[in-house]
Design a protein around this ligand. Sequence first.
Ligand code: 1CP
Length: 357
Amino acid sequence: AAADAVRPPDDGGLSASPFLLACRRRPVPHTPVWFMRQAGRSLPEYLRVREGVPMLESCTRPEMVVEITMQPVRRYGVDAAIFFSDIMVPLKAIGVDLDIKPGVGPVIADPIRDAAGVAALRPLVPDDVHYVTEAVGGLAGELGSTPLIGFAGGPFTLASYLIEGGPSKNHERTKAMMYGEPELWADLMDRLADLTIAFLKVQVAAGASAVQVFDSWVGAVAEQDYRASVLPHARRIFAEVEPLGVPRIHFGVGTGELLGPMGEAGADVVGVDWRVPLDEAVSRVEPGKALQGNLDPAILFAPWETVESRARDVLARGRTAEGHIFNLGHGVLPSTDPDVLARLVELVHEASAEDAR
Ligand code: 1CP
């Protein structure tokens, strides 16, 4: 109806972008699609730009960040860009001695194991990450009507890297603190939530149109413990970001049993990994949320006919949600063929536009 028509936006077309409309559970001309970890993985143009520059240093060079963020937008025509950075950048910026080692991931020189370690985590001020402000500002001109997603790590995931000292399979020291030293744990989670809030605010103030909180490893926690030890902090993050007025996405891996409480944390969009079909996820998440996901990233290594039928299945199940943003169930795997991703974007756009007619 005419009353529902999108008014000519005075924001360069951003408010009519399918990605932002879907986050708001509004009608879309086609299902929007972007990929977690679309920037800086396998693309040859990325590897060329990064040659000889350590990961964390690359995040502090605004021109490089702009270029890497734009690469998947140019190549794939995705409906959103994700800012090239890392969940560890704000920790580095407040003085935590850490590195991102090729083939390993984040490594912490002095893992946090006691109250003194927790107390040493200071708040982030915008000047600590002035290069982020510069890069996001530079992207506004390049992106035009394509929205930029800012992001930060979720508190459990950041705590795990800090306490374990690096990537961890079982998160045993992290859980030992969560179960055994609840007051110290709460203090740590408070500080990490503050860090995440501050980092998201910097990105939105500089021009990001949406934010995603990656609590990637929180699926390791049982629902009861999530509710007691993580959810209050996640809830505070989304509440403090709400006045910024941009859609908020909440994602974790292996979170099938946590989709309900993660929805309660307050984001506008809940990310779903590939283990739970989207129509089932709809019944686990409270009403009033859009869903994001959830093609298995490993399916992209199967023949195209398989990719296509599985992608169509995700689209069909996604239609049962109030809003759907097509994505993978987790990040693009490093050896993924970029041509398959390009073809997938085309398929999602064409197949969903046909359905919308
Ligand atoms: O699309 C993009 O790639 C944007 C940039 C981006 C994002 C969104 C990077 C660059 N990192 C992240 C988020 C991130 N970092 C997450 C959450 C998303 C997820 O679950 O995948 C996590 C858990 C990290 C931590 C991290 N950083 C890891 C995982 C290690 C583990 O525990 O298994 C790794 C390997 C990194 C390094 C990293 N971050 C980003 C890149 C391009 C790289 C590779 C390093 C390099 O190129 O030298």
